[in-house]
Design a protein around this ligand. Sequence first.
Ligand code: PBG
Length: 328
Amino acid sequence: MSRGPGLVRPRRLRSSAPVRRLVAETRLHPAELVLPLFVVEGAEQVRPIGSMPGVVQHTRDSLRAAALEAARAGVGGVMLFGVPARKDETGSGACDPEGVLSVAVRDVVAEVGHDLVVMADLCLDEFTDHGHCGVLDAAGRVDNDATLAHYARMAVVLAEAGAAMVGPSGMMDGQVRAVRTALDDAGHHDVAVLAYAAKYASAFYGPFREAVDSSLTGDRATYQQDPANGEEALREVALDVAEGADLVMVKPATAYLDLVRRVSETVSVPVAAYQVSGEYAMIEAAAANGWIDRDRAILESLTCIRRAGAGVILTYWAGEVARWLRAV
Ligand code: PBG
């Protein structure tokens, strides 16, 4: 009489580190990590960001050094955010070729060339005195179509500074088309658009507001998505792909992994996810209290974002994790 195959034992494939490594379905690689960096106009000293231990507001010089370090670690790209010395009603610094962000793009390209992908955030919120992502109409509402004209100009300014990729993050309707058209009209066919396609009105952006000295009062609920909605994200993503997005992003990451999965199964362009400031701060804060194992929590969080379907991950730990990955 045959004894049959016996008990099915999935634990066999977990029995040792080499076996687990052999059958791992998901691997992280430095090349798919993108490091967001903040630079402050006129800053003479690096300033720590209290709610993001380990992340700083850079000077021009320290930004160059940080970009070089990221390139050496094998990071895939950097996403630059500029904090201007002066903010105004229309965020005019955003479209100024001598403004903080354009200067930062030129500096970083001069430092690392195109050893990694130099990306720039394309939004007005760091530059407006009211802190919204667009310009306001007479009634004080964010004026979608008037904002698109600013985004179009900003895209060309950033491309001329040398950005290889721009990340429109303001969630205005038609922003990808406006940016793509402006880039093409100016001859910048090769500059790619990483669309913040499904960006939610999230409390997890809290620490970022400190990072960019945000002046926002109120919220962004009339343009960023409602966390209650998933189908809507698929509509947003489809629109951005139709408008010419080269990559689409879901943001934040951890609380929105269902959408990372659904979006990655729906579109054929690469999908990015942004592990945002609050996700970073929560792990750092818990680890600082001795409540979780910091390094394991970081690797687990990134592995799970990758497993959900993100091919590109923006994370404030990109440099550090890239070094870990290279060491193993
Ligand atoms: C807007 C922008 C924000 C973030 C990236 N781009 C803030 C917001 O939408 O309120 C948040 C990133 C983070 O929290 O790490 N330009």
